[in-house]
Each structure stands twice: as structure tokens, then as C-alpha cells.
Write a new protein. Structure first.
Length: 75
């Protein structure tokens, strides 16, 4: 069985972003491939932008709806 997951390296430990279907103390072979360009600063900036847009156009209470171009980043 081969599984691909993303993880965060923190304090010398890889922490998977989702639960792994492995038996306790199972030995595995890891291939490390950095996710280029995604930093904590970029994640925080994206979150702040998301909160700003939600404040401008709420997704509930019949607020103005986002256009397709606004919903999907085409860059």
C-alpha cells in the first residue's frame, strides 16, 4: 500500500496533516519532497485575505455572492 500525505516538520518531528492508517510502531519508507513556496507567512497572509473578503461579502444571510473569478485563483 502506498499513501501520499502532507506533513509539517516541527521540533525535529514530522507531523502528518491527517491520520495515517498504520499499525503502531510500523516501519515505513519516507520520501521527502518540500512543498516549495508555502511558508507560515504566506499562510497567514492568505488567511487574513480570506477574512477580509468574507467581511466584504458574507457567505450567509443573502449577502453579495462571489464571482467565479473571485472564487478561483487563476495565478
Amino acid at each position: 500500500m502506498t499513501t501520499t500525505v502532507t506533513a509539517t516538520f516541527e521540533n525535529g518531528v514530522l507531523r502528518p496533516d491527517e491520520a495515517l492508517q498504520l499499525e503502531e510502531r510500523a516501519r515505513v519508507k519516507l520520501t521527502i519532497e518540500p512543498l516549495n513556496g508555502w511558508t507560515e507567512e504566506k499562510a497567514q497572509a492568505a488567511w487574513e485575505e480570506f477574512k477580509k473578503r468574507i467581511a466584504e461579502k458574507p457567505l450567509h444571510l443573502g449577502g453579495e455572492k462571489f464571482s467565479r473569478d473571485e472564487l478561483y485563483d487563476r495565478n
